[in-house]
Design a protein around this ligand. Structure first.
Ligand SMILES: C[C@H](O)[C@H](O)[C@H]1CNC2=NC(N)=NC(=O)C2=N1
Length: 121
């Protein structure tokens, strides 16, 4: 049975009172976003994207910002010449939620579309 892929889903409103994913649950989602790394005891995911120059990196960050506003789910991003490092966690629950993996899958598609030079996790 083919469930809809993460990139086709949309983030649910960030409500408190929802438990964060367990490490095992996070591992399950991680299989669908293998280029990301589980960090800080599986409470955060991170990926470094490479781009050909500063403007390519900035274009990615700008599109990521628009996506975050659309999804009402916001990453932390640092970027510079030729790279952007994206970190995702659900601040309201101080851990990971499906929303973080949905955003990861959507950001992967944006990076592919901006001609990213290639990625390293
Ligand atoms: C009201 C607003 O939707 C919430 O504060 C959202 C905004 N974006 C968010 N982004 C992330 N990463 N975690 C949150 O808990 C979160 N909460």
């Amino acid at each position: 049975m083919t469930g809809s892929s993460l990139a086709e889903k949309t983030c649910t409103p960030c409500r408190g009172g929802v438990p964060p994913l367990t490490p095992a649950e996070a591992e399950g989602y991680h299989l669908q976003a293998p280029d990301w790394s589980l960090m800080d005891g599986a409470t955060r995911i991170e990926r470094r994207f490479r781009f050909k120059d500063f403007l390519e990196a900035f274009a990615f960050v700008s599109r990521a910002a628009a996506l975050a506003e659309t999804e009402a789910h916001h990453p932390d991003i640092s970027f510079g010449w030729g790279y952007a490092v994206v970190s995702l966690r659900t601040k309201k629950i101080k851990g990971l939620h499906e929303n973080d993996f949905i955003m990861a899958a959507k950001l992967d598609r944006i990076a592919d579309g901006t001609g990213a030079a290639g990625q390293e996790a």
